[in-house]
Ligand binder design. Structure first.
Ligand SMILES: NC(=O)c1ccc[n+]([C@@H]2O[C@H](COP(=O)([O-])OP(=O)(O)OC[C@H]3O[C@@H](n4cnc5c(N)ncnc54)[C@H](OP(=O)(O)O)[C@@H]3O)[C@@H](O)[C@H]2O)c1
Length: 325
């Protein structure tokens, strides 16, 4: 697996990152089941064996159990902390937590960022995170408070680099204005059938099409050396069924093209979808999340797939569901 350095950092990461949202069992407050722990270790061992060194977490995944399950790698797999690059996220708070009746919310307050990061480190059984992301934009953001939290985490050595997720260009520019540290990552949803980040630039100023909030986000990241990470890069598996058994429509059409392209290039369908992201010159890092060993192997094949401009556009047009302007 090819590696590169994330701009503004000394982190050398695999082109594909692994998303740990599916590890640790279920989304509940039950303790981690030893069987789920064992399964998580099997998955991570397979991912590591494929040359992937980048792992994406969040404090909320399986209500903390994804991080807890992952932390078994230090002892069970004998992995050294320096062999992996660990990213996690904070700031999403569930309904009824900690008090019954609390609404779901996003929380960029100093206290929440600090306490959440300390809990992440405890669950992952590590002294530091390589990257901490703010999970979703908080409308009540007070950027000076975020800056104070980032300073405290950086100076204590608990977090090496910072980033965001689901943020627009203007939200990044606004936050960056107050920060001493560069924003090094923006993690966003992106795949062949969810392509608004590139599609909004194509439809700008088209009759009924209004400027979209994502317009300019890819350009901001490219100009400022912010690594774009694509989550749900294979659209959660929606394109993998037999196209003939899918309802007619653009999903069926896209699935058909993915299937034909995989056959022509003697690779997997997963690899075609991931290669579509890798082909973009922004240097997007797909964060994939299958928990099945054979699908992990199929995904890693993307590293050897080169898509032409024509291949890329064929998939883009099918996935957007209508011809280009
Ligand atoms: N920042 C954010 O807001 C955000 C949001 C969502 C996710 N994420 C991150 O992104 C990572 C990946 O997200 P994701 O899980 O949505 O991405 P994904 O890789 O597009 O989808 C993974 C899902 O698709 C299924 N799948 C994969 N290959 C399949 C196949 N060949 N046939 C049928 N189903 C298949 C998997 O099931 P199996 O496990 O059974 O293969 C799994 O449920 C997460 O782990 C997380 O780290 C971030």
């Amino acid at each position: 697996m090819q590696k590169y350095q994330i701009p503004h950092t000394d982190l050398h990461v695999s082109r594909l990152g692994y998303g740990c949202m599916g590890l640790g069992g279920h989304w509940n407050t039950e303790p981690l089941d030893p069987a789920d722990q064992a399964k998580a270790l099997e998955v991570v061992e397979k991912v590591l064996s494929e040359g992937i060194n980048f792992f994406d977490h969040a404090d909320i995944y399986m209500m903390g159990k994804a991080e807890e399950a992952f932390s078994g790698i230090w002892k069970a797999l004998g992995t050294s902390r320096e062999d992996v690059v660990l990213q996690s996220k904070c700031a999403i708070r569930f309904q009824d937590m900690p008090n019954p009746g609390d609404p779901q919310r996003f929380d960029f307050s100093y206290d929440y960022i600090i306490s959440s990061t300390e809990s992440i480190l405890r669950r992952l059984n590590t002294d530091y995170l390589d990257i901490l992301l703010l999970h979703r934009p908080d409308p009540l953001i007070e950027p000076e408070e975020v800056a104070r939290a980032f300073d405290a985490l950086a100076s204590s050595g608990k977090v090496r680099h910072f980033g965001v997720s689901n943020h627009t260009a203007s939200q990044m520019a606004f936050l960056q204005y107050y920060l001493d540290q560069p924003i090094v990552v923006n993690q966003v949803e992106m795949n062949v059938v969810h392509s608004s980040l590139v599609n909004d630039g194509v439809t700008f100023n088209r009759g009924e099409a209004q400027p979209k909030s994502s317009e300019g986000t890819v350009e901001y990241c490219r100009m400022n050396g912010v690594l774009l990470q694509a989550y749900s890069p294979v659209a959660g598996g929606r394109l993998f069924g037999n196209p003939h058994e899918m309802p007619a429509g653009h999903l069926q059409e896209t699935a058909k093209i993915v299937s034909e392209m995989a056959e022509a290039k003697q690779t997997s369908k997963e690899a075609i979808l991931l290669a579509w992201l890798l082909r973009h010159p922004a240097g997007i890092q797909p964060i994939f999340g299958t928990t099945r060993p054979e699908r992990i192997a199929a995904s890693v094949m993307a590293d050897d797939v080169a898509l032409s401009r024509e291949d890329w556009y064929r998939l883009f047009i099918a996935g957007r569901g209508e011809p280009l302007p």
